[in-house]
Write a protein that binds this ligand. Structure first.
Ligand SMILES: Cc1cc2nc3c(=O)[nH]c(=O)nc-3n(C[C@H](O)[C@H](O)[C@H](O)COP(=O)(O)OP(=O)(O)OC[C@H]3O[C@@H](n4cnc5c(N)ncnc54)[C@H](O)[C@@H]3O)c2cc1C
Length: 157
C-alpha cells in the first residue's frame, strides 16, 4: 500500500512538472518578446530562440511520457472487474505493474523541470533573480521535485 502510494505520487509528480514547464515556457516567451537589448527584442536572437525551442522539446517529451504512462495504467485498470471480491487487490497489482515507468517519469520530469526553470530564469537576466518576477519562485519551487517522493540526488528508492 505504502509503495503504491509512492508509485502513484511519482507518476502524478511527472504531470505536475509538465504543467510547471508550460508556465515557465509561457513566461519566458512573454518576457523575451518584450525585453529589448541591442535594438531588438531578446526573442529575435538565435541563442534565445534555441533556448525556447529546447524548452518546448523537453516539455513535449515529458508530456508524452506522462500521457503514455496514464494510458497504460488506465488500460490495466479498465480491464479489472470492479465488482470482484478482490478488486482492491487487483487494482493494487495493476498499479504496481507500472512502478518502473512511474519512477522514470518522476526522475526525468523533475530533472527536465529544473532545466526549464533555470533557462527561463536565465532569459530574464537580473530580473529573474528578484521576486518581482514569478520565474524566481518557479526556480525555487522546482527544486523539491528531485527530493520528495523518495528520490534524493542520484538515488532512486
Ligand atoms: C516539503 C516536503 C514534503 C514532504 N512530504 C512528504 C509526504 O507527504 N509523505 C512522505 O512520506 N514524505 C514526505 N517528504 C519526505 C521526502 O520524501 C524525503 O525528504 C525524501 O524522500 C528524502 O529523504 P530524507 O529527507 O530523509 O533524505 P536522506 O535520506 O537523509 O538523504 C540525504 C542525502 O543523503 C543521500 N543518501 C541517502 N541514502 C544514501 C545512500 N544509501 N547512499 C548514498 N547517499 C545516500 C541522499 O541522496 C541525500 O543527498 C516530504 C519532504 C518535504 C521536504
Amino acid at each position: 500500500m505504502a509503495f503504491n502510494t509512492l508509485n502513484i505520487g511519482r507518476y502524478k509528480l511527472g504531470g505536475a512538472c509538465v504543467g510547471s514547464c508550460k508556465i515557465a515556457l509561457q513566461d519566458a516567451v512573454t518576457y523575451t518578446k518584450q525585453r529589448v537589448q541591442f535594438g531588438k527584442a531578446l526573442a529575435e536572437f538565435g541563442l534565445i530562440k534555441h533556448k525556447i525551442a529546447e524548452i518546448a522539446i523537453r516539455t513535449f517529451t515529458v508530456e508524452s511520457m506522462v500521457y503514455r504512462t496514464a494510458g497504460m495504467i488506465d488500460r490495466i485498470l479498465k480491464s479489472l472487474d470492479p465488482q470482484a471480491e478482490d478488486s482492491g487487490v487487483q487494482m493494487a497489482k495493476g498499479i504496481e505493474e507500472y512502478a518502473i515507468e512511474d519512477s522514470i517519469n518522476k526522475v526525468y520530469a523533475s530533472e527536465m523541470l529544473d532545466y526549464v526553470v533555470d533557462e527561463a530564469l536565465q532569459m530574464h537576466g537580473g530580473y529573474g533573480y528578484i521576486q518581482d518576477y514569478a520565474v524566481e519562485r518557479y526556480y525555487r519551487d522546482s527544486r523539491i521535485n528531485r527530493i520528495w517522493k523518495g528520490r534524493t540526488r542520484s538515488t532512486v528508492c
